[in-house]
Design a protein around this ligand. Structure first.
Ligand SMILES: [Zn+2]
Length: 288
């Protein structure tokens, strides 16, 4: 349903290959995608909403870097289509996730199949980094029992809307502390020795949600995960219906915009179908 794209770049004189691939598609209530409220009012509003959005991608990013392969998020799996998939998470989660979302994920959309298609060997994966713990970003980890999986320690300790019953058995990610800063982002962690792939905390969607910034020659790629569901929302200061707090989300929007005004940035939210075109055509958030 959604295409994938590969761009060949350079960073610090090393080649850098970036693949943006969708692990299937999801549709949400229109007022889940966008709502003026957060919390219980937004919840009631989108539950009563009868209209679903068009199909949206579930993007993950695969980065072939001189120091190894880094993968941002693991995406969803075909099991999510099964009617009993959420049953283990209890009555409310089961009702909520089945009634508020629609999924279309095929086996060939799953992350392991995408890696096979790209001829990327699991052994070459340096780390899979999870931006946050929502199942459409974590389900694919079941394919990687022996791979290093990194999660922001603060996100792990105070998750928001995660379904731990869906984690693979004995799931034990490496918890990292974002003790450094990067540009406008007060909490950061350098994923590479060359300091060109950076995990930054961008809260709002969850309390300690993260994004990944890749510094390539010419521009930065900003994998925004669920900061917002489209670049348009960021530009118009509109919010999704499931934020922890829109004030926190606004503060993150402001930081992203300051960063993007100072550096050319290609902005890639996980569920923004237009992100692929922007990456392909090197379309930055603001003009330079
Ligand atoms: Zn999410």
């Amino acid at each position: 349903m959604f295409n994938s794209t590969t761009v060949q770049l350079h960073s610090n004189n090393h080649p850098l290959k970036i693949h943006l691939v969708s692990t299937g598609a999801v549709a949400v209530k229109t007022r889940f995608r966008e709502n003026m409220h957060s919390g219980i009012i937004a919840l009631a509003d989108f539950i009563l909403d009868k209209k679903f959005t068009e199909w949206l991608p579930i993007y993950i990013m695969i980065i072939e870097h001189a120091e190894g392969v880094f993968i941002i998020d693991a995406g969803d799996i075909a099991d999510v289509n099964n009617k009993d998939y959420f049953k283990s998470s209890g009555f409310i989660a089961n009702w909520f996730d089945k009634s508020q979302f629609k999924f279309s994920v095929k086996r060939e959309d799953e992350i392991n199949k995408q890696l096979e298609r790209l001829n990327i060997n699991k052994e070459n994966i340096k780390a899979i980094v999870l931006t946050h713990l929502h199942f459409d970003h974590t389900d694919g980890i079941k394919h990687f029992p022996d791979t290093r999986i990194l999660v922001n320690k603060a996100e792990w300790e105070k998750p928001f809307g995660d379904l731990p019953k869906l984690y693979p058995p004995r799931f034990k990610p490496e918890l990292i502390e974002l003790n450094e800063s990067f540009d406008v982002f007060a909490k950061a962690y350098y994923l590479t020795q060359s300091k060109d792939i950076i995990l930054v905390e961008t809260p709002g969607h969850t309390y300690h949600h993260c994004s990944v910034i890749i510094k390539a020659d010419g521009y930065c790629i900003f994998f925004a995960a669920d900061i917002c569901y489209s670049q348009q929302q960021l530009l118009e200061n509109k919010f999704t219906g499931n934020n922890t707090d829109n004030k926190i989300a606004q503060s993150t929007y402001n930081k992203v915009k300051v960063f993007a005004k100072n550096h050319p940035v290609i902005f890639i939210p996980s569920h923004d179908a237009d992100a692929l075109k922007r990456l392909k055509n090197s379309e930055t958030l603001f003009s330079f």
